[in-house]
Design a protein around this ligand. Sequence first.
Ligand code: HEM
Length: 403
Amino acid sequence: MEQVLTSSRFNTRDDIYRFLQVFDGLSLFTTNGTLWKKQRKYISPLLGSKYMEHYFFAIKKNAKVLVSKLRDKVDEPELDIMYYLKSCYTDIVTEILMGFNPEAQNGKLDEIMNVVDRMYILVHARMMKLWLHPDFTFQLSSNGKEQKKGRDIFYKFLAKGIDLIESKRIKNSFAGRRCILEELMIAKHNNLDLYGDQNLSDHASTLYSASEDTIKSTCSFLLLVLGMHPDIQDKLAKEIIETIGIPTEKITYKDLAKLKYLDMCIKETLRLFPIGPYILRKVVEDVQMCGRTIPKDCTLVLSFYNLQRSAKYWEKPNEFYPEHFSPHLVAQRHPYAFLPFSAGARSCPGQLFAYVAIKTVAVAILQQYIIEADGTLQDIKLKADISIRPINNFKIRIRKRNI
Ligand code: HEM
């Protein structure tokens, strides 16, 4: 893993990622070489701490709405937490990306959210079915027709956001920082040659799909496993309440860094359930590695899922054991044994965004509710579309937390 991820010779994504162009066009995820480098250099800082500190307020505000929506679900026999997280993170991501709140949590974006979910399934189905690889057969297939329709609906939604920013109807709502798309527009005006006329929507689509799905799924896994491990959840709730207290609005950006055990629980969730379980890289020239030749045009598959469940690196590979991330164990472990965001030049630029968004929402929920879930980790059977998910969804129960 280390040899591949630190070498610029393996920076090229495998051809199969071209099917993601339905979301990405020619943007960060799907391009290679000079165009990718230029986009990466400009987009990465927009996801860094200087911006996240400002965007945090949008996350906190929407987390508060989520907590109030969940109030009606207290003591219900079962709820699929991903359904609620999906609308919460849709509001968060849209606000940070395009500067307006689409009120998905008030049911105003159901059509778009369902379309996007279907698109993830269709892209993955195309990757898996060889006969759908050629454009000609795909366009004639029912999947191809549905995908075209879905893309049009989704891009119309993105165009609305772009239009709002262009016509200056978006207020600068992040205390001195602009939403991500407005920053990209300014880059264009400054002649940074960052994108062509059509591909601002591609950047919007890439950042939307790369963030909304990954964050909502990881946070759902976190809550599900906490529901299965009441002792760990109690310890975590204690940390949150001792550090921050109860009212959701009290949390600050700086508090997030103090929540060390929460950090360990999220990392342990990402270890067991890396949302991108593997990545594929194209070998662009013959390479000598580990005493063998890897020939040009091969595909290298790097399985983070297997790595992160290997008994070679992990004391309790198939258990939820946040202590895996206690400082003394981390210090003893190979740094490339934990790679949910990958590593190297093509690693995920949204890592900080993900941690801030997951922590803030998890804190807001755990301040108010106790999570319960039936079964054990071994009962979680996974399926994959563009991310991994449990076959039986994220079924939990919530009770009011009384302090
Ligand atoms: C739990 C959350 C997330 C996980 C587990 C995750 C994981 C990953 C992984 C494994 C890759 C592939 C890296 C590689 O090929 O080496 C990736 C790429 C990427 N991610 Fe994330 N991601 C998450 C959240 C986000 C967020 C919040 C954003 C944006 C706001 C984002 C934007 C991207 C982009 C643009 C790429 C392509 C980078 C490039 O090719 O240069 N991700 N992510």
